[in-house]
Design a protein around this ligand. Structure first.
Ligand code: TNX
Length: 508
């Protein structure tokens, strides 16, 4: 049987009661109010797969899911002011000999608690004393017992934004792969998926008023080294957003501007500064393309794109990029960003941008995302002092496209090698002077895809390192410990094997 503490990310408070283990038997059922039916079905499916029992939904089952009013007890300590408002995603899980009760004040909390229960089900061990216990692969030994460890977990996330980014522009991954990836990240309580949808090589989201963007730049040969074709139609995107919502993951679309726009300019020559056609680019160079800050058609294009992306994005954020605009003169960058950032608010969204955008006077709710290790940090510091929330993505601790070690065949190394320990052993509130806990919206681990040709490649780079970042973003700082994480990761990894996730087995 699992230990109550054997969960990634580690919960805020774990109180085991070894006398109170709950044994699931063939008549086990799940009960929940009708408005929680989707969550009850999700939990019942996991229990069915783990046990082989029918696990129906009943009004009075031993496994109960309850949505309860805001209860201060859910707010486990994290070093923040304990009087602050209750945190979205908090939950309490009680396991006793009589049953299991999961309570939260919001559905996010119940979903998070269900992910915890999932990890407390027997791990997939090939052979445990002659009895096979398999919770993830759907196979059971008839004589296996299925028990959950007794005790209480009180849990709440340290940061509201726990994200990862996937670059669809350098290589595209089709819709079923993206859904599968969402399933895998959601188990780690990652709740934002930032999609880098446009870059010099490809444009991966249909914009109906500018159809050539995807007709031309989502076509064959638009990925790095000529990979492709691929793009999300607006119907695909809407489907993906809804699928993510069902797993409590918010999609954050990024349209990168004013640099990284060769794909847009190849589709529409008018968007170049000299009105000359540009070639398809499939190399990895950055910083050579720019929109024209002093052409009106630039702003017609940008406003159409922002309006159409905002209209199909229910989440609160729209990411505007803003990075590596090396061929945009600083005055032009100012002109461009000062006109474009307010458009995001005009269409009801909050702007996120890479930290270069702090060179500009920002709308009050804009969120800079810190990434580059050698950057001067004055802009971010100034933004934090002015009350902006910041997302932390320091490349040397969170860039999942960095190689694990020198021998890793996939990935890049400009920010150094990133082994699992390095992804784990850092603290977002210590990273930049003047940008402390109160300034942080959260943490995101970006995965750039220049070298990643398939979902298997993506999974290899993301896992297990994203598990480390998930714990950095969720678990109270005082509760984090590398040795504890390493042990829990060792016992978690067989779940990925059973699920067919191509994680890096040689992560140690
Ligand atoms: C820098 S990080 C970039 C991307 C590259 C990445 C490769 C950032 C905001 N821009 O254009 O894909 O390095 O690691």
């Amino acid at each position: 049987m699992r230990q109550l503490v054997d969960v990634i990310p580690l919960p805020a408070s774990v109180r085991p009661d070894p006398a109170a283990n709950f044994t699931l038997t063939t008549g086990v059922s799940v009960s929940a109010a009708p408005e929680l039916a989707d969550l009850a079905v999700h939990l019942a499916e996991l229990l069915r797969r783990a046990t082989g029992f029918p696990v129906p939904l009943r009004t009075n089952g031993p496994i109960r899911i309850l949505l309860e009013g805001s209860d201060k007890n859910f707010v486990a300590g994290s070093g923040r002011n304990p009087d602050q408002e209750r945190r979205t995603g908090a939950y309490r899980l009680d396991i006793s000999t009589d049953g299991v009760t999961l309570r939260a004040a919001d559905q996010e909390g119940l979903f998070a608690g269900i992910q915890t229960i999932r990890q407390l089900l027997p791990e997939p061990m090939a052979n445990k004393g002659g009895i096979t216990e398999i919770s993830e692969s759907g196979e059971q030994h008839p004589a296996a017992t299925h028990a959950l460890p007794g005790g209480r977990i009180d849990d709440a996330p340290r940061f509201p934004y726990r994200g990862t980014m996937l670059d669809l522009a350098r290589h595209f991954y089709p819709l079923p792969d993206l859904k599968r990836y969402i399933d895998t990240i959601a188990q780690l309580k990652i709740n934002h998926l930032h999609l880098h949808l446009t870059d010099d090589q490809g444009w991966r989201l249909e914009i109906p008023s500018w159809p050539k963007l995807t007709e031309v730049s989502g076509g064959a040969g638009t990925g790095v080294d000529g990979a492709g074709p691929g793009f999300l139609s607006t119907a695909d995107y809407t489907d993906l957003v809804a699928y993510a919502k069902g797993r409590f993951v918010t999609i954050v679309p990024e349209i990168d501007m004013p640099g990284h726009v060769n794909a847009a300019q190849r589709a529409y020559t008018d968007l170049t500064t000299d009105q000359k056609p540009v070639p398809q680019r499939t190399d990895k160079t950055v910083g050579y393309s720019s929109l024209a800050a002093n052409q009106e058609n630039t702003y017609e294009f940008v406003e159409d794109v922002i309006r159409e992306v905002a209209a199909i994005t229910p989440g609160p954020y729209l990411h505007i990029g803003g990075d590596e605009a090396f061929s945009t003169p600083p005055d032009d960058y100012q002109t461009f960003m000062s006109r474009v950032l307010p458009l995001i608010g005009k269409y009801g969204k909050r702007a996120i941008g890479w930290h270069e955008m702090t060179a500009v006077e920002l709308p009050a709710d804009a969120i800079p995302q810190y990434w580059r290790i050698e950057a001067t940090h004055d802009g971010i510091k100034r933004a934090a002092a002015a009350g902006h929330q910041v997302i932390m993505s320091p490349a040397d601790h969170t860039y999942l496209d960095m190689k694990y070690v020198e021998e890793t065949t996939l990935g890049l190394d400009w920010a150094g090698f990133l082994d699992v320990r390095r992804a784990y052993d850092w603290d977002p509130a210590d990273r930049l002077p003047g940008v402390g806990e109160e300034s942080l919206l959260g943490v995101e681990a970006p995965l750039w895809s220049e070298t990643l040709r398939s979902l298997a490649d993506v999974e290899f780079m993301a896992f297990p390192r994203l598990a480390a970042i998930a714990e950095v973003a969720w678990t109270p700082r005082a509760g984090r410990d590398w040795e504890s994480f390493r042990a829990r990761l060792t016992s978690f990894a067989p779940r990925w094997t059973a699920q067919g996730v191509n994680f890096n087995i040689n992560w140690e």
